[in-house]
Ligand binder design. Structure first.
Ligand code: GTP
Ligand code: SPV
Ligand code: MN
Length: 639
């Protein structure tokens, strides 16, 4: 304890007011530490230095070292209720509503950067003036940005020191982080989304390294703003070389819960490349067929394209069981037997609320009405929540996410389209028994997918690993509300990782291609799915949700090597006639449209992909991927 006290007063003598300020921090830190860190001798020297340096920079009024306890959480919540950041939802147990500043509602990709010495380590060599596959900031410019923003930014506020683990503590695949934040919302959310608190501090004290995360919501112009933020000066930056994350100006989701996209994907993918594994924007599910055979599948879809829903699927086909390992991120590594093993590094779900209902995702509904923080959903006069698609229409008064009275015919959304629930994963009724297994679950299939209203069949299977990597590289999807993009334009989103690559996408492709070169590995089969194809009348051709098990059944059959169930097309194998079980569906399916591979569409697709590779990847594109594109062009041309 004395050591910690020293830390805070060392080196500040001379600047009198600063010194007084540090003394104030001292007293609090001392008190907090004695209460919260019983049994822990002290912070590790590295952590001590990290905290000390950023206390000097940000000048918080207090420092609170989080232990992750329930008592601490209760305090955080009461602080937020007092500030007006949270309000209780008495209809449910321990549930809370946060309404953000309407300018701070989603990830801001345009202000999210990787900082590397060489630009090329982040940005591929494409010819485009604006590269969309890597947003680079020089270390000098980042330093400047930090100096322009952080000094004194936490004045009058508490700095929470949030120690967290991505992955079960002690798993060989897990990584630790410490987030310094001035947002109690972030501290409380990190407690749900990660393993947070004293055991992590202990692991760090015992010598484990950690990723350094610094977060501030910024300075608010209004003194008592319940959701302080600085949208005009928001920046989210990553220094992969030193495992550092710096985020300023936003309190929302992936911008501020730094274990998620920042650590588990951007920093994670960089570490994974170095260490020979994969950090991916993927759900993980276990599926057991009626014979009792269980397989695990990972699936990468862009943000708001169906990962949480597939991960928690309630099968409509009798005899099938789906269990959830994770809904957003997978860390995967080949084991000594050559099996690809995956862990979910997260501890909770930060899921899209709109569209979630007892008919679409009953398992989510059974997960989220306890111990949950809702953000930007509407509230009801009986102390509950509401959002588009929740069903049935509420028969009580609704107040929208902006605080205005709302009725179904008022022409506005009740909930923000990117409103979310933040719930503990272990509350999911179908959480997989192995979801915290330190060695991870064995992956047999990888699905890529996106929102493709036209031209892309319900499912197709790649010919082999190389073709599968190409399919991931060529992914496109309609933009959603998860980031700042406007409208429904079809965007390229390779591997559903475009906003999350931690390093040059060309090198990422090399890494994926290299994985099959180690002898003795059982490579997963790679598929592409599309739940979102529409008829000429603009109606979904496939019912989706629980009915998607019919597609998973075909995947399982193909994993078993069932040849008669597939038909070769220019783009891959598609289900042969009758190979997808359509028994018992409410409405007839136009299978002809659903599975068609229109030549014109695919000629254009090939052209768009080629253009994208030239403009965005250039000479960093592996030859193998360029060859795959040529082969696809040839196959489509000879259709
Ligand atoms: P992130 O958390 O942003 O990464 O999103 P996600 O990929 O987990 O997407 P999620 O499962 O939350 O789904 C996003 C939206 O797509 C919701 O509104 C869902 O209701 C809708 N959706 C999911 N699955 C299907 C499906 O099979 N068919 C249709 N039509 N809509 C779906
Ligand atoms: C996504 O956008 O893919 C999310 C939500 O999962 S966020 O945490 O905001 O990144
Ligand atoms: Mn996501």
């Amino acid at each position: 304890m004395a050591k910690l006290l020293n830390i805070y007063s060392r080196g500040y003598v001379g600047a009198r007011n600063k010194f007084q300020h540090i003394l104030a921090v001292d007293r609090v830190a001392f008190r907090v530490c004695r209460r919260n860190l019983e049994g822990t001798a002290a912070l590790s020297p590295k952590l001590q230095t990290f905290v000390e340096k950023n206390v000097a920079l940000c000048q918080p009024e207090k420092v609170h070292i989080c232990d992750g306890s329930e008592a601490e959480n209760d305090k955080l919540i009461s602080v937020m209720v007092k500030l007006g950041t949270l309000e209780p939802l008495p209809k449910y147990k321990n549930c809370w509503l946060a309404l953000t500043d309407p300018r701070d509602v989603a990830r801001v990709e345009s202000r999210t950067y990787m900082s590397t010495d060489n630009k090329r380590d982040t940005v591929p060599a494409g010819s485009a003036a604006k590269n969309t596959l890597g947003n680079w900031i020089s270390p000098d410019d980042l330093n400047k940005a930090v100096q322009e923003r952080f000094p004194g930014c936490m004045k009058g506020r508490t700095m929470y020191v949030v120690p967290f683990s991505m992955g079960p503590i002690g798993s060989p695949l897990a990584k630790l982080g410490v987030e310094l934040t001035d947002s109690p919302y972030v501290a409380a959310s990190m407690r749900i989304m990660t393993r947070m608190g004293a055991p992590v501090l202990q692991a760090i004290q015992n010598g484990s390294d950690f990723v350094k995360c610094l977060h501030s919501v910024g300075r608010s112009t209004e003194p008592n703003n319940p959701w302080p933020c600085e949208p005009d000066r928001t920046i989210i930056a990553h220094k992969a070389a030193t495992n550092e994350i710096i985020s300023y100006g936003s309190g929302y989701g992936g911008n501020s819960l730094l274990g998620k996209k920042c650590l588990a994907l951007r920093i994670g993918s960089t570490i994974a490349k170095r260490e020979g594994w994969l950090a991916e924007h993927m759900l993980i599910l276990g599926i057991t067929n009626p014979k009792g055979v269980k397989k695990y599948i990972a699936a990468a879809f862009p943000s708001a394209c169906g990962k949480t829903n597939l991960a928690m699927l309630t099968p409509s086909l009798p005899g099938y069981k789906v269990e959830c390992v994770g809904d957003d991120i997978a860390w995967m590594k080949f084991d000594s037997q050559g099996r690809l093993r995956a862990i979910n590094p997260e501890n909770g779900f930060f899921g899209v609320a709109p569209g979630t209902s007892y008919s679409t995702n009953p398992n989510a509904m059974k997960t989220i009405f306890e111990n949950t923080v809702f953000t930007n959903v509407a509230k009801t006069s009986d102390g509950g929540v509401y959002w588009e698609g929740m069903e049935p229409n509420p028969n009580v008064q609704v107040t929208d996410w902006r605080g205005q009275p709302w009725t179904p015919d008022c022409g506005r959304n009740a909930a923000h389209p990117n409103s979310r629930f933040c719930s503990p994963a272990n509350q999911c009724p179908i959480i997989d028994p192995a979801w915290e297994s330190p060695e991870g679950v064995p992956i047999d299939a990888i699905l890529f997918g996106g929102r493709r209203p036209q031209g892309v069949p319900l499912i197709y299977e790649s010919f082999d690993w190389k073709h599968g990597v190409f399919v991931g590289a060529a992914m496109r999807s309609e933009a959603t509300a998860a980031a700042e993009h406007k409208g429904k334009v079809i965007m390229h989103d390779p591997f559903a990782m475009r906003p999350f690559f931690g390093y040059n996408f060309g090198n990422y492709l090399d890494h994926w291609l290299s994985l099959e070169k180690t002898p003795g590995r059982k490579m997963p089969k790679i598929f592409h799915v599309n739940w979102f194809r529409k008829s000429d009348q603009g109606k979904f051709l496939w019912p989706g949700f629980g009915e998607n098990v019919r597609v998973l059944e075909w995947v399982l059959n193909r994993l078993d090597g069932n040849e008669s169930m597939a038909e070769k097309t220019a783009i891959g194998y598609i289900p042969s006639d009758g190979a997808i079980n359509l028994d018992g569906l409410d409405e007839p399916i136009d299978t002809k449209q659903l599975f068609s591979v229109p030549k014109d569409f695919w000629l254009n697709e090939v052209e768009q992909i080629g253009k994208y590779f030239d403009e965005q990847v250039g000479s960093d594109l592996p030859n193998t991927i360029a060859e795959q594109l040529h082969q696809l062009r040839d196959r489509v041309n000879s259709m």
